[in-house]
Design a protein around this ligand. Structure first.
Ligand SMILES: Nc1ncnc2c1ncn2[C@@H]1O[C@H](COP(=O)(O)OP(=O)(O)OP(=O)(O)O)[C@@H](O)[C@H]1O
Ligand SMILES: O=P(O)(O)OC[C@H]1O[C@H](OP(=O)(O)OP(=O)(O)O)[C@H](O)[C@@H]1O
Ligand SMILES: [Mg+2]
Length: 286
C-alpha cells in the first residue's frame, strides 16, 4: 500500500481532496476521519496538519504527501518536491506600516513576526541581517499594531489582508508557493519497491491537471485552409484530421488550453471553420 499524507485543514485541504477524488481515489466524507484505506487502489490516506506533513514524509514513515512549498521549506524536513499542483498559490513577503523600513537590509535590530520562522531566519542570514524573529500561529498582520513586531513576513495571495491591516509590502517576494507533492529526498532510487506505485499516483494527478487545463476542440474546415487552422490548434502531439463525406472538407480534433479556447474559436471561425465545438476532458494519461 502506498501511504499518502493529505492536509486535513486550511486552504490546502479541500482542493487536495477534490484533486484526489478527480484522480479516482476514495476520499473521506467526514472531516473527523484521520485515516482512510482505498483498497481498490492500494492506497492509504493519512489526514494530517499541513505543517506536519513534510516531517512525516521526510522521516520515511509516509511515502508521499501533499503540502505547500512554503511549509516544506519552513519544516527543514528531508523531503523534496516532485510535482506542482497549481492550487493554494501565494507569495511569501515582508510587510510593514507605511513610512517604515523599505528593505530587508534595514531590518537590523528589528523584530519580525511570522508563522514561518525558519524561512525568515534563513532569509535574514542570507542578507547578513541580525533581527529577532517571533513565531505566531496566524493573524500575523495584527502583530505590528499590537506592538509585538516591527515587520511581518506572511503569506500574501490577493493582498486584501495586508490592505485591511494598513500594511505595505517590502521588496520582492521571499518565495512563490503552491501546493506540491513531496517525497523523502532521494527516495526514488532507494525504495525501488514503491516506485511504480508512486509513478502511477503522479500520472493520475498529472492527468487531472491536464484534464483541468485543456479542452477537446472539434471543427470542420475546407482542405485548403487546414494548414493555417492547424497552426492555431497544434494539439499536444499533432491534431487528428479526418476526411468528411462532403468532399473538400475535413474534420479536425485537437486538445487546446481551456483559457485560450474562445480566442481560438474566433480565429478558426474567421478562417472559415464551422461546427466548432469544445468538450471537457474528464480524465487523461499523456
Ligand atoms: N489566502 C491564501 N491563498 C493561497 N494560499 C494560501 C492562503 N493562505 C494560506 N495559503 C497556503 O496554505 C498553506 C498553509 O496552510 P495552513 O492550513 O497551514 O494555513 P491556512 O490555509 O492559512 O489555514 P489556517 O490558518 O486556517 O489553519 C501554505 O502553503 C500557504 O501558502
Ligand atoms: O492576501 P490575502 O488574499 O488576503 O491572503 C493572505 C492571508 O490568508 C492567510 O490567512 P488566513 O485567512 O488563513 O488566516 P491566518 O493568518 O490565521 O492563517 C494568510 O496567512 C494571509 O493572512
Ligand atoms: Mg492561515
Amino acid at each position: 500500500m502506498l501511504r499518502i499524507a493529505v492536509p486535513n485543514k486550511g486552504s490546502l485541504s479541500g482542493p487536495a481532496s477534490a484533486m484526489l477524488h478527480e484522480a479516482g481515489y476514495r476520499q473521506r466524507k467526514d472531516s473527523k476521519e484521520l485515516v482512510l484505506v482505498d483498497g481498490e487502489n492500494e492506497v492509504e490516506f493519512f489526514y494530517l496538519r499541513p505543517r506536519d506533513i513534510a516531517i512525516y514524509v521526510g522521516s520515511g514513515r509516509l511515502d508521499i504527501g501533499i503540502t505547500g512549498r512554503d511549509l516544506l521549506l519552513d519544516s527543514g524536513a528531508n523531503a523534496e518536491e516532485i510535482l506542482q499542483l497549481g492550487f493554494a498559490r501565494s507569495t511569501f513577503r515582508y510587510a510593514t506600516t507605511p513610512g517604515g523600513v523599505t528593505d530587508v537590509k534595514e531590518f537590523g535590530g528589528k523584530t519580525v513576526a511570522t508563522s514561518y520562522p525558519e524561512i525568515v531566519r534563513r532569509h535574514l542570514a542570507d542578507n547578513a541581517v541580525e533581527a529577532s524573529v517571533v513565531r505566531l500561529d496566524g493573524a500575523v498582520e495584527t502583530s505590528i499594531h499590537l506592538g509585538v513586531a516591527d515587520v511581518i513576513a506572511d503569506v500574501v495571495e490577493t493582498g486584501t489582508s495586508l490592505r485591511n491591516a494598513g500594511l505595505e509590502v517590502i521588496g520582492e517576494p521571499i518565495l512563490d508557493s503552491e501546493a506540491v507533492v513531496i517525497r523523502r529526498a532521494g527516495a526514488g532510487g532507494e525504495d525501488a519497491a514503491a516506485e511504480p506505485k508512486v509513478q502511477q499516483f503522479l500520472r493520475r494527478l498529472q492527468g487531472v491537471l491536464v484534464a483541468r487545463r485543456y479542452v477537446m476542440m472539434d471543427y470542420d474546415i475546407r482542405v485548403e485552409h487546414v494548414e493555417r487552422a492547424i497552426a492555431l490548434t497544434p494539439g499536444l502531439e499533432s491534431p487528428t484530421v479526418s476526411p468528411l463525406h462532403h468532399e473538400g472538407w475535413v474534420a479536425v480534433r485537437a486538445m487546446v488550453p481551456s483559457r485560450e479556447a474562445q480566442r481560438i474559436m474566433d480565429e478558426l471561425y474567421e478562417l472559415g471553420a464551422r461546427a466548432i465545438l469544445t468538450t471537457g476532458i474528464h480524465a487523461c494519461r499523456l
